[in-house]
Ligand binder design. Structure first.
Ligand code: ADP
Ligand code: MG
Length: 717
């Protein structure tokens, strides 16, 4: 698309700079809020509404109570000020039939031009007093037309409040929105297909936008909000569905077939039968792998549910089909751990495998890369950084990414690049437009609520391992308040006396004045001397040297230590079956999912385990939140709760998850709308896969506008 020089752009593309009252300086501040064009401005919705009661007379005003008044401007005085943060004051005397009020606006010099004697204003604000007269400071203002019937003024109002910033007030933004709204609305197009609009009975988009900025009542506002939330979800689901469809049509992956013989040989590698849940996940994976359409699957399961085994099975299917497999982890430690795990199962096998991390020596690395490129290496375990380098695979058939419990979604984007790089496919009637891609499996130990996986990971199929391997012991979780601490520590002492081991987790390493936390280093002494006298106590924290950490871990594993005082570094892959006690101090400071991960460190042996959540502050809500952990071990329920309380950004560990933030819709409150939107998007694409019908032109251009950078298909075909 050719773009006219910005200054001449008209309609919705007009830069806000040219909106009356904005100018280059304000425009740069608006850009900070993501508002660059008139289009952006009218899509900048209020985040709440101020309810204004019916107007009252000036003589009935009460001190400190918010009120609405209507009156005529009698006099306007403008004064520049040079004082702490103030640049000007604008004073207005306002009269109604019962008296006079003084109105003051600080730092709003631009109002000056719009205030003249005789102008009728409707004001809303808190009432103060100045020299025996009522006063309002920085009230919100509405200009009334003296030609109108005054009875129409005598109503309640819902006044939009816009998210402001230091330099821009909600009122300023509101004024600019009103300035452009009526002229801009006719240019707003309807992206929802007529069928959807009719069937669901949504307000037209223009009406909905107008209503967000100028609501008349709550009912209408709710209808407008629902319509826009639905639209947002519908557009996102359409983009996701198109992207999937594109991958299905144009992606070509090698067909990796699992014969009964291959299955038998792989299963022999594991010293245990797989659980039903593992088999279910594998059924889905095996079915995906034999297709030439690339698999794109998310494998979810709590820590310890046996994902690694499932992943290794898939890797061996690829190898049996003479293709390569890459297994990637977010950190070198995790990659190394995977490698050692895998080594255990592969002892004596002919599978050629290597580990490549930042710690791999130059010579080894160069040799590995050569062998990978020559097809003499079957299985590469490495960090995700591997993909950013120039690694070439002779024939990459499967990529497995272990996200552990942080989503490196940035890395996920890189993954996609790697998918396109591909290798020698098995071929057979390929279209020149087809992309060679490996199959793709992501593993995560953070259960992701369905609403979130449908949006953030909407392009992936999901398998869940919802059952732990046999022999696992239940973990009893208890919330320990100030009063129960002595009893809790007594219990820990008894466990240690019985030969069991304990973790004690603290949030930080060093005492910090500002946070007043019990730090692990300081607590160590208290644990040794007061709480668990006689126990052999070790310390593990993030700032220790690697070798020291390893030594401490080895001592704990070999039961030369009874207690490990640690920061959350123990989250990462520790497996000591004899550890049956997990004490978490300041539990209220962690997300529920993080706590759930932590307690997964116990309950791995043959004795029942206990998790003690110590929390002496945080109040009622914090306690209620923690009660969820005591009540359930269902990671999904816990994640839902986290999502509800802390929002998706928190849960995913990143805010950049590839799709734009939702502005109106909420993944917590709008589940129903999300389901509708997904079904409607699927139905639409079934009927018109390329969105080429004339009715769908607007939808197409709206998708292009929003997802151009995100979704490759939109510029294709
Ligand atoms: P995850 O990667 O999901 O955290 P792992 O695959 O590392 O879990 O498995 C955790 C532990 O359970 C490992 O010690 C593994 O050997 C064991 N395990 C896995 N699957 C089974 C099974 N089907 N039966 C018994 N033990 C299993
Ligand atoms: Mg694992």
């Amino acid at each position: 698309m050719k773009v006219a020089p910005r200054a001449y752009a008209e309609g919705l593309d007009k830069p806000v700079q040219y909106v009356r009252g904005v100018g280059p300086y304000r425009a740069s501040q608006l850009a900070g809020l993501g508002i660059e064009t008139v289009y952006d401005l009218i899509h900048y919705y209020p985040f709440r509404y101020e309810f204004q009661d019916r107007p009252q007379t000036i003589d009935s005003l009460m001190l400190d109570v918010p009120a609405t008044i209507i009156g005529a401007v009698q006099r306007v005085r403008f004064r520049p000020i040079r004082k702490r943060g103030l640049d000007s004051s604008l004073q207005v005397d306002l009269m109604d039939s019962t008296g006079r009020a003084r109105i003051v606006w600080f730092n709003m010099p631009y109002l000056r031009d719009r205030l003249a004697a005789g102008q009728i204003l409707r004001l809303h604000g808190k009432v103060g007093v100045d020299r025996d007269e009522a006063q309002m400071i920085n009230p919100s203002v509405e200009w009334l037309d003296s030609g109108d019937d005054p009875t129409t003024w005598n109503t309640t109002r819902l006044v939009p409040v816009y998210r402001a910033c230091e330099q821009l007030s909600s009122a300023m933004i509101g004024r600019w929105v009103r300035e452009v709204l009526d002229d801009a609305l006719p240019a707003v197009e309807e992206p929802l297909p007529p069928a959807v609009l009719g069937e669901r009975g949504w307000l037209p988009r223009r009406e909905a936008i107008a209503c967000m900025h100028r609501p008349t009542d709550e009912t209408q506002l709710a209808a407008a909000r629902a319509r826009l939330a639905y639209e947002e979800l519908f557009l996102m689901q359409s983009a996701i569905a198109l992207q999937r469809q594109w991958g299905e049509r144009h992606g070509r992956a090698p067909e990796l077939v699992t014969t009964p013989l291959i299955d038998q040989r792989i299963r022999k590698r594991f010293p245990f039968p797989l659980t039903k849940a593992q088999d279910r996940a594998l059924d889905a994976i095996v079915a995906d792998l034999k297709q030439s359409r690339p698999m794109a699957r998310l494998l979810q399961g709590d820590v310890g549910s046996g994902k690694t085994v499932v992943a290794l099975y898939a890797a061996l299917v690829a190898v049996a089909n003479r293709h390569q497999c890459a297994i990637l982890a977010p950190t070198a430690v995790l990659a190394t751990q995977h490698f050692h795990n895998i080594e255990k199962y592969l002892a004596g096998s002919r599978v050629r495998r290597c580990l490549i991390t930042g710690k791999t020596g130059r010579a080894d690395r160069a040799r590995y890369l050569t062998e990978v490129a020559a097809g003499r290496m079957d299985l590469v375990v490495g960090t995700q950084a591997l993909l950013e380098e120039n690694i070439r695979f002779a024939s990459l058939g499967l990529v497995i990414v272990d996200e552990q419990h942080k989503f490196g979604v940035a890395q996920r984007a890189t993954m996609k690049g790697a998918r396109a790089q591909g290798g020698r496919g098995t071929g057979g009637g390929r279209d020149s437009r087809d992309w060679l891609m490996p199959h793709y499996l992501v593993m995560t130990a953070t259960p992701i609520p369905r609403t979130l996986s449908m949006t953030v990971f909407g392009d992936l199929d999901v398998s869940v391992i919802n059952e732990l391997p046999p022999g696992r012991q239940p973990i009893f979780t208890r919330l320990v308040g100030e009063g129960d601490q002595a009893e809790a520590w007594l219990h820990v002492r008894q466990r240690i006396a019985a030969g069991e081991q304990a973790y004690i987790v603290y949030p930080l390493v060093e005492e910090s004045d500002s946070l007043d936390l019990k730090a692990a280093t300081v607590e160590l002494e208290r644990v040794r001397h007061d709480l668990l006298p006689g126990a052999r106590v070790g310390l593990l924290h993030g700032r220790m040297k690697k070798n020291d950490k390893q030594a401490v871990m080895n001592n704990f594993t070999a039961h030369r230590l009874d207690v490990l005082v640690a920061t959350t570094v123990i989250e990462v892959g520790v497996d000591v079956p004899n550890a049956t006690v997990m004490v978490i101090e300041h539990a209220e400071r962690y997300g529920l999912s993080a706590l759930h991960q932590l307690r997964g460190r116990v309950g791995r042996g043959c004795k029942p385990s206990v998790c003690l959540l110590m929390s002496d502050s945080g109040g009622q809500t914090a306690r209620q939140r923690l009660e969820v952990l005591c009540a359930t071990s269902d990671g999904f329920r816990i994640a839902e709760e986290d999502l509800r309380i802390r929002g998706p950004g928190e849960l995913l560990g990143t805010r950049q998850h590839g799709y734009p933030e939702l502005r109106v819709a909420s993944l917590v409150d709008d589940v129903e709308l999300l389901m509708q939107a997904r079904d409607d998007a699927a139905a639409l694409l079934a009927e018109d896969p390329n969105l080429s019908k004339p009715n769908h032109g607007c939808l197409r251009s709206e998708l292009r506008r929003r997802f151009r950078d995100k979704v490759a298909f939109i510029n294709v075909g």
